[in-house]
Design a binder for this molecule. Structure first.
Ligand code: DHE
Length: 516
């Protein structure tokens, strides 16, 4: 039997809607949603679907997301497959609390730790001959693998399986000896590149955004959506050191949007998705005396550490939530936005927002890059909703130019030694195009079509900036190597949906042309 309810959401106050029975809804969920969001709604490739993680999404908008898909995510439109009553039943399901949310605290994290090779037990000499500083790690989402690539010869060195659905950039450490991966379902894996072996893994959360590694190589931190925590790990073998609950003074908890390391500050900087705060977490043994507001043991899970430990937290109250943010090369300011386009510049030293910027195209700031343009540093970011690259003066925070592109983009890259910046057209009918922008005229000077009909995305340069590697984002895909000055194709390496690729030198020197 169907349930008849008055729908305020869809059809106006007086309308009624016939909803599916719970068993039918569960079957619909299993058929259409479980593969990405998990059988238990705890998230997998897609985010967890629980009321506490959907606080900012009105039920009406959730209906529209299921019906029409969601920009900038892998969420497809279901309007051809599901009737309105079925969509509404699914909306109700995802806003129903689970009987029990699994606890994922220090105890569970510790129990999940797998140490395959204790720190210091493997040889210190690489098993292969290559310039370590110019290695690339290419993540292949198609079959959950990664390929270690020689950046001088463009020959693959080794292909390794990864955890399911990696997301965010893997992070290099110790000059390229190690690389750390994060999967959407919370696994942090440490791979010894010299010995071509995983050395340790741990599940730092149930649904994780990204990870960062302190520049001294001592600590790894994971930002989680579920539970609402930041997990700090010992980088040697991923032993959990501290779990910090993402909560404000009133007890409101939050998903963590992302976390990055701010090297000169010796700290991690994290943005919150459900509370208007930015957090700085010191990884010095004693937090720096210069700035106020450090609190030891802030929201620490009880019993998981002793008093003298590092990781004091400094909370900065801002004007709105931040879904995405970019840190300046000086690491003194961040610019962040909500997905609806309200941007703010936060000064980490002054501990407050110092400027507002309206960026309606939904900039993808975690992919922003900077360069020198007419004596000033500009920030360039693609936009997920609009076909334009936004160029912002980082002194005045004014928009200097919107460069029109053939569609919305996701990733942007350059290199200190290259006069060009490359940006993809990730969304829409022109997704197979790749634009090249002259950094001094701010004009598109070349548009490439590496594989007609297939999405081309995400560029990374070699150490010397002479070659640009482009992903053909398809199960039958490739990494295409271009001469970064003549735009001639040099080599095409078949790969399975290669997403990001990460060069040791560019990442570890925090090149202004790449994400950090
Ligand atoms: Fe990402 C990086 C957030 C969807 C592929 N993505 C990041 C980072 C953030 C972020 C905050 C920077 C973290 C880092 O590198 O340490 N991504 C989000 C979202 O909020 C969004 C829009 C929605 C979501 O599903 O979470 C989103 N991202 C996607 C995708 O749909 C992509 C295209 C495919 C996928 O893997 O799910 C995708 N994101 C990537 C990649 C990076 C990334 C490849 C690393 C880029 C880099 O060069 O550093």
């Amino acid at each position: 039997m169907k349930r008849i309810v008055t729908s305020l959401l869809l059809l106006g106050a007086s309308s009624t809607l016939t909803l599916a029975e719970p068993t039918e809804t569960a079957a619909l969920y299993k058929q259409h949603c479980a593969e990405c969001h998990g059988n238990d709604r705890l998230g997998l490739m897609g985010p967890a679907l629980l009321p506490q993680n959907l606080k900012r999404l009105k039920q009406k908008s959730a209906f529209s997301v299921i019906q029409n898909g969601r920009t900038a995510t892998q969420m497809p439109a279901f309007k051809e497959k599901l009737q309105p009553d079925q969509i509404q039943a699914l909306v109700e399901l995802v806003y129903t609390p689970l009987k029990e949310i699994p606890t994922w605290g220090m105890k569970e994290i510790k129990a999940s730790q797998l140490v395959y090779h204790p720190h210091g037990t493997l040889p210190d000499k690489p098993l292969f001959d290559a310039e370590i500083d110019n290695l690339f790690m290419v993540v292949e989402l198609g079959d959950h693998h990664a390929t270690l690539l020689n950046g001088n010869t463009f020959e693959p060195i080794f292909r390794l399986p990864t955890r399911f659905a990696l997301h965010g950039g893997p992070k290099w450490a110790e000059g390229g000896r190690y690389i750390y991966f994060a999967s959407r379902d919370g696994w942090i894996s440490k791979f010894d590149v010299f010995n071509l072996k995983y050395v340790a893994e741990v599940r730092a959360g149930i649904n994780t955004r990204n990870l960062a590694v302190s520049h001294d190589g001592r600590y790894v931190i994971a930002a989680n959506y579920l539970p609402h925590t930041l997990t700090i790990l010992d980088a040697r073998d991923l032993t959990p050191l501290k779990v910090i609950k993402a909560k404000d003074d009133k007890g409101n908890s939050s998903r963590v949007s992302a976390v990055y390391t701010a090297d000169p500050r010796n700290s991690f900087v994290a943005a919150m998705k459900d509370i208007p705060e930015v957090w700085e977490i010191s990884y010095l043994d004693e937090p720096p005396a210069g700035f106020s507001g450090w609190v030891h043991d802030y929201n620490k899970e009880s019993g998981d550490a002793h008093k003298e430990e590092p990781f004091a937290v400094r909370r900065i109250q801002i004007k709105d939530y931040l879904d995405d943010f970019f840190m300046t090369q000086e690491y003194d300011r961040i610019i962040g936005t909500t997905r609806n386009g309200q941007g703010q510049v936060v000064d980490l030293d002054l501990k407050r927002s110092v400027a507002n910027v309206t960026l309606p195209g939904m900039p993808h700031l975690s992919s922003g890059i900077t360069w020198n343009y007419q004596g000033r540093t500009v920030l360039a970011t693609p936009n997920i909703k609009e076909g334009q690259v936004t160029i912002i003066d980082t002194k005045t925070w004014e928009i200097i130019k919107q460069i029109k592109t053939e569609g919305p983009g996701f990733f942007m890259r350059s290199h200190e030694k290259s006069p060009y910046a490359w940006v993809d057209v990730f969304f829409g009918p022109n997704k197979d195009l790749m634009h090249v922008i002259d950094k001094q005229t701010l004009e598109i000077v070349k548009t490439l079509k590496p594989a007609p009909g297939k999405t081309s995305a995400h560029v990374e340069f070699t150490k010397d900036g002479k070659y640009a590697l482009v992903s053909i984002w398809d199960d039958d895909g490739a990494v295409v190597v271009y001469d970064a000055n003549t735009f001639e194709e040099i080599k095409r390496l078949p790969m399975k949906k290669p997403s990001g690729k990460y060069n040791v030198h560019n990442k570890l020197t925090r090149s202004a042309g790449t994400s950090h």
